[in-house]
Design a protein around this ligand. Sequence first.
Ligand code: NI
Length: 249
Amino acid sequence: MFTDTHCHIFKEYFDDIDATLNKALENKVNRYINNADNISSSKEVLELVDKYNLMYGAIGIHPEYVDNYTKEDLSFIEKNLTNKKIVAIGEIGLDYHYTKENKEKQIELFERQLKLAEKYNKPVIVHSREATKDTIDTLKKYKVKGVIHSFSGSFETACIYIKMGFLLGLNGVITFKNANIKEVYKKVPLHNIVLETDSPYLAPVPYRGKKNEPANILVIAEFLASLYGVSISYLSEVTNENIARIFDK
Ligand code: NI
C-alpha cells in the first residue's frame, strides 16, 4: 500500500470524493495527506479528515496568499494543530516565480508558521519555487523537519535538504519526457523520498494534462520502481518507513 503525501482533495476539484478515494484504494493507495493553502481550505481539510478515516491533513497558508492573511488566521492554524489528524503544517514556503517584490512578507509568513511547527513539533510540507537559497536559509533558523514538496532541484540541493532532515516529495513530473530530475533522483537513496500526486495538478504520463488523483500514485510508483530497479512492494515498504520517520504515525 502507498501513501499520497501531498494532494488537494477539495469539493471544488472533486465532485465525488468518496469515489475518488475508493478508486485510490483499488490502486493500492490507502492514505493521503490533504494539503491546504489558505484558511478556507484549512477549514475544509479539518472537515474532511474528520469524515474520512484514511485521510490526514496539513493546514497552513501558502505564499500565494501572503497579501491577505490575518493574525486570526494564524491563531486558527495554531488552535487546530492539536487535532490528531492534522499531521503537518502545509503547504507553506516561498514562491518567487510570479513576483519577488513581496519577498520579505513571504519570508515573514513562512517564519511565523515555522515557529508554530517548532512549538508544536509538527513537520512542515514546503513549497519552494525559484527560491532555493532563501528556503534553505529560512528553514535553517528553525528546528523543523518535513517534506520538500515537488522537489526538482539539483543533486547538490537535494543533499543539503537531506542533511537538514528533510524528505524529497516526488510526483508525476518525473514521468514527463525530458524530465532531467530523473538523473538527480537516480542518485538519491530511496530512504529520502516520499511519493505524492499534488492532485488535481501534475498528472503523470499517460494522463498528463488531465485532472490528477491519488490513484495515480501507483503510476508514479511503477515508474520509480523501474528507474531504481526495485520491486513495487519494496518501494512501498521504504516510502512508508520514510513517512513513519517524519510523521511518526
Ligand atoms: Ni500542492
